[in-house]
Design a protein. Structure first.
Length: 208
């Protein structure tokens, strides 16, 4: 899994005035917790681009005052108007402590139902999971090649050792939708086949 290195500076003044000054200077105030010690630090906003502005799930390696911490982003705060990043909370990775995170769900392959006119729909884009740091996947991959028209993949179809998915097993994650035109074609074909034999006797009666 990709790790983004963040070179931070300790925060000594945690007041509102100091926080505003940090942001005006192009820095983001951050907190780190979950390990043996908590840490308040800041870093330039550009240091977080590859960590925040991406659909990928990534680790952060935080370097502050000669110490190194491996962590994940637990919460991010943005300005409601400008959408600028304002604050970040990090949770330190501890080997024997499970983490609750959201990771991308990716569908692999082309369903066989698409070849016969169906349309693949991804119902869920991200999955919330619980796992130890060593078991955390950067994404969850699901093969959908076996899906036919009207078929559905559900949470229960995902098997990841060491990972608990925090959603009901019956929740759909992907399905092959049958478009209206295909439905009408399927319905019309049997009807036409039934009508052909019935028309034959009428033709014979006319000959008589």
């Amino acid at each position: 899994m990709q790790t983004v290195v963040i070179n931070g500076t300790p925060r000594t003044d945690l007041g509102k005035k100091a926080t505003r000054a940090l942001r005006r200077a192009g820095n983001i105030p951050c907190n780190l917790y979950g390990g043996k010690e908590s840490l308040n630090f800041y870093a330039p906003v550009g240091a977080f681009r590859k960590l925040i502005y991406t659909p990928e799930f990534r680790f952060a390696q935080i370097e502050v005052d000669g110490k190194s911490f491996k962590a994940i982003v637990k919460e991010s705060q943005f300005d409601s108007i400008s959408e600028n990043l304002l604050h970040l909370d990090f949770q330190e990775l501890v080997d024997d402590v499970k983490l609750k995170v959201s990771v991308p769900l990716r569908l692999n392959g082309t369903p066989k139902g698409v070849a016969t006119g169906g349309k693949l729909e991804q119902v869920i884009k991200k999955l919330t999971i619980l796992a130890l740091p060593k078991d955390l996947p950067h994404s969850i991959e699901v093969d959908v090649t076996d899906l036919g028209l009207g078929d559905i993949k559900r949470i229960r179809d995902i098997d990841l050792p060491g990972v608990s998915i925090l959603l009901s097993a019956s929740n759909p994650i992907a399905r092959v939708i049958i478009p209206r035109a295909v439905k009408e074609e399927v319905v019309a074909t049997p009807a036409a086949a039934t009508a052909t034999p019935a028309a034959a006797p009428k033709a014979e009666e006319k000959k008589k």
